[in-house]
Design a binder for this molecule. Structure first.
Ligand code: GRF
Length: 201
C-alpha cells in the first residue's frame, strides 16, 4: 500500500499535553484541519488556537468505555474528512474499531528507538537500562503499545551524567525534525507499507 500522494491530504492531530510535536507540524506547514485533545486545558489547545486550527476537547472522563470514546473520536474526525491521523503525545491506546477506519493512516512519534522502551517514561527507561544510544521513532499505530510498523528513526546519544530532563530534551529536538519529515513524505505519497516493512522514497 502506498500513501495517498495528495498534497492536500486532510490531517488531524490527537494530543494530550504540551503539544511541542503539534507545534513542529504547524511550523513545518502541515495542513492540519483539526486538533482533538482529551485533556481540558492542555497547552496543545492553545497552540492550535494560536495557529488558527480548530481545537476540540473530547474528555475521556465523560465516556463509559474506550469503545464509546473512540466512536466519538471517529465521529469528530470523519465529520472533517480527516485522512491522516497524527498522534502527537496522545496518551491513549486506540481500539481495533477505530484503527479499522484508518488503515495505515495513523502515525505516532515515540521517544525511544523501538522496540526498546515502549510505553511511558522512555528516556527514564533508557537511562535505567544504561544504553549508550536512544532516540525517537515514527511508526504506524496498531492495537499494541508502540508496536506498529516503523517508518523512520533517529538516534540520540546518551551522555555520562545525563538526567531524564536533559535526555528527553535532546530526543525532542530529533522528534521535531523527524515527525514533520515523515508526515510530509506520507502526504506526498512517498511512504509504502508491506507488512512490517515500510519504505520511504
Ligand atoms: C513526545 O515525547 C512523544 O514522543 C510522546 O509524547 C511526547 C509528547 O510531547 N509520544 P509533546 O506534547 O509533543 O511536547
Amino acid at each position: 500500500m502506498t500513501t495517498a500522494g495528495a498534497r492536500d491530504l486532510r490531517v488531524g492531530v490527537l494530543a494530550s499535553g504540551s503539544g511541542s510535536n503539534l507545534q513542529a507540524l504547524i511550523d513545518a506547514g502541515v495542513q492540519i484541519v483539526v486538533l482533538v485533545c482529551n485533556v481540558p486545558g492542555a497547552k496543545c489547545l492553545d497552540r492550535a488556537k494560536a495557529a488558527g486550527i480548530e481545537a476540540v476537547v473530547l474528555d475521556h472522563h465523560a465516556f463509559a468505555s474506550r469503545e464509546a470514546y473512540d466512536l466519538a473520536l471517529l465521529a469528530e474526525l470523519k465529520k472533517r474528512q480527516v485522512q491522516l491521523v497524527c498522534l502527537a503525545g496522545f496518551m491513549r491506546l486506540l481500539t481495533a474499531k477505530f484503527l479499522a477506519e484508518f488503515t495505515h493512516a495513523v502515525i505516532n512519534v515515540h521517544p525511544s528507538l523501538l522496540p526498546a522502551f515502549p510505553g511511558i517514561h522512555s528516556a527514564r527507561q533508557a537511562l535505567a537500562y544504561g544504553v549508550k544510544l536512544t532516540g525517537c521513532t515514527v511508526h504506524f499505530v496498531d492495537e499494541g503499545t508502540d508496536t506498529g510498523p516503523i517508518i523512520a528513526q533517529a538516534a540520540v546519544p546518551v551522555f555520562d551524567g545525563d538526567d531524564e530532563a536533559r535526555l528527553q530534551a535532546r530526543i525532542q529536538v530529533e522528534e521535531h525534525r523527524l515527525f514533520p519529515a515523515v508526515v510530509a513524505a506520507y502526504v506526498q505519497g512517498r511512504v509504502t507499507v508491506q507488512g512490517r516493512k515500510v519504505t520511504t522514497r
